[in-house]
Design a protein around this ligand. Structure first.
Ligand code: GAP
Length: 512
């Protein structure tokens, strides 16, 4: 199945099984805004818990905060967001549609890459086992031609973006003959900058309302609380402040479902270090974060680092953790060495001294910062994409199963009476009453047992137990494993110890 089709299936699966709904669905939705349903919210909470505990529980020197979405407007002046948090936009005069110029060009780069991959796939089919992919890529004329075009375009595009040369971005779009997907024409306006922050007003107009912004990142809430936390928590450098919360960006090109949203959630940690030690800490945090991702068991080959060549003016190192989505390797998390830029800017704009007094050296300095910043929704999407499987079973039947990491699954155990009579529902409820204090259980008695297993497979429940007539005699149930579909007879007393360890967050955290 083409990856595009797989992705469409995942999106509709998310809706059908209560993971993600379009926001304001009965009013036909609101662009790039989504709601999480009854299963989605559980998965999302588990992701957040996994992150929070890996930061705050496992590190003595990291504490959490929860800062407000609304902040003093000068914060965004100091951070540079008012002046520089922009996307380059271009309009098509015929369709009146607006696009991000950088995205149009990136799509064109991707088209060359697709052409190369098609050639490789064709050759693989033709040559079978004897196919030497590396040699084919190095020698095939069509592959080389497309590679050369791709590299030249990519270089020109990177140079234009680094210099924020808007005229050059437009020229690239014209030279590459990129047409509007709606009108099909190349009747483009000039490229302009567009600020991504949402504005609103605080206070009544009579009092003189002032404009404030919905935060486009949670990080600034941490920076402006640096002094509060350092002093009240008696924190010693190096130390970190973690936060999970909503962020808002007026994304113009909102695509790929929950990959790019206008309202989303971030999990950010700012780690304050002594100047001069930041690059060592940057490497440490890159490795720590990669280990966090890989502990989920999705395979190391599905992750890669993308080290930034061109850095923001305040950064001295930056790298993304990318994950293989159905639409290619995409950024899920950013790890940035932000120097002392943010704290120094806030010191300058607030007039406050924002420093750290080192009791060992009797010196004061502005700490440098390593930031780890991951989107909850992107993480959610990567997990759904990797876990969704359509499995061919013996007899030709297909089952849809979400092979979610057990610790993140919305429901850990489904409790199913074989029939709705003969005291089986009562026995099933009795078992559930005991286990529900230890992990998330669901009771289901509707439809055949086969259908109920399929329903639990589709929402990623790692274990089901079936209560049958024999249970009333021997106090044993059938325990079914989602992934292997194997069933074993186990005693009711042993259920908690058999399941709890495998589905607990602790088991996942212990892998770190
Ligand atoms: N404080 C640094 C910062 O915000 P970023 O690279 O702009 O850096 C960090 O964002 C992470 O937030 C990204 O790696 C991504 O996972 C998530 N993210 C950013 N914009 C997003 C959007 N529009 N929708 C969903 N997630 C987004």
């Amino acid at each position: 199945m083409a990856q595009e089709d797989v992705f469409k299936k995942i999106v509709s699966h998310c809706k059908e099984y209560g993971f993600v709904f379009p926001s304001s669905d009965i009013y036909d939705g609101l662009g790039a805004v989504y709601d999480y349903g009854q299963n989605g919210v559980e998965l999302k909470n588990n992701i957040k818990q996994y992150w929070w505990q890996s930061m705050v529980l496992l590190h003595e020197n990291i504490v959490g905060i929860d800062s407000a979405v609304f902040m003093h407007p000068t914060i965004w002046k100091a951070s540079g967001h008012v002046d520089a948090f922009n996307d380059p936009l271009i309009d098509n005069r015929d369709s009146k549609k607006r696009y991000r110029a950088d995205v149009l060009i990136e799509d064109q780069v991707a088209k060359y890459e697709e052409k190369i991959e098609k050639e490789v796939a064709k050759a693989r089919k033709r040559f079978g086992e004897a196919f030497d992919e590396a040699q084919f890529r190095a020698t095939n004329a069509r592959v080389l031609e497309n590679q050369q075009k791709r590299d030249a375009l990519h270089q020109r595009y990177s140079d234009a973006m680094n210099a924020m040369n808007l005229e050059e971005l437009k020229q690239i779009i014209l030279d590459e003959e990129i047409a509007c997907p709606i009108s099909g024409t190349r009747n483009w306006t000039d490229v302009r900058q567009f600020n991504l922050m949402f504005k609103t007003e605080v206070g009544s107009t009579a009092d003189g309302a002032s404009t404030i912004y919905l935060r486009p990142e949670t990080a600034q809430g941490i920076f402006v609380n640096y002094l509060n936390v350092q002093k009240t928590g008696r924190m010693k450098v190096p130390f970190g402040i973690a936060q999970i919360g909503k962020a808002f960006r007026n994304e113009i090109v909102a695509r790929q479902f929950i990959f790019r949203m206008r309202e989303f959630e971030q999990m950010e940690m700012q780690f304050f270090v002594k100047p001069g030690t930041e690059l060592e800490w940057f490497e440490t945090w890159k490795n720590t974060r990669m280990a966090w991702h890989q502990a989920l068991g999705f395979g190391a080959e599905n992750y890669r680092f993308h080290d930034h060549e061109k850095l923001a003016h305040y950064a001295n190192a930056a790298s993304d953790v990318e994950f293989r989505m159905p639409f290619g390797f995409k950024e899920v998390e950013g790890i940035h060495s932000r120097t002392n830029f943010d704290l120094s800017q806030h010191a300058k704009f607030s007039g406050r001294k924002i420093e750290y007094f080192d009791p060992e050296t009797n010196e004061s300095y502005t700490p440098y910062v390593i930031e780890t910043s991951i989107g909850v929704d992107r993480m959610f999407l990567s997990i759904m994409c990797h876990s969704y499987e359509e499995e061919k079973l013996e007899g030709g039947e297909t089952r849809v199963v979400l092979k979610l990491p057990a610790a993140l699954a919305p429901t850990k155990l489904a409790v199913l009476p074989l029939v709705k009579k003969d005291g089986l529902p009562e026995k099933a409820r009795e078992i559930m009453q005991e286990l529900k204090f230890h992990f998330n259980c669901k009771y289901d008695e509707k439809d055949s047992i086969g259908k109920r297993y399929r329903r639990q497979d589709a929402v990623g429940t790692p274990y089901c137990i079936t209560v049958d007539h024999q249970t009333l005699q021997d106090n044993c149930v059938t325990l079914r494993n989602r992934d292997t579909m194997q069933q074993e007879r186990v005693s009711v007393e042993s259920l908690r110890s058999l399941i709890e360890d495998k589905v607990s967050l602790t088991s996942l955290l212990k892998k770190l």
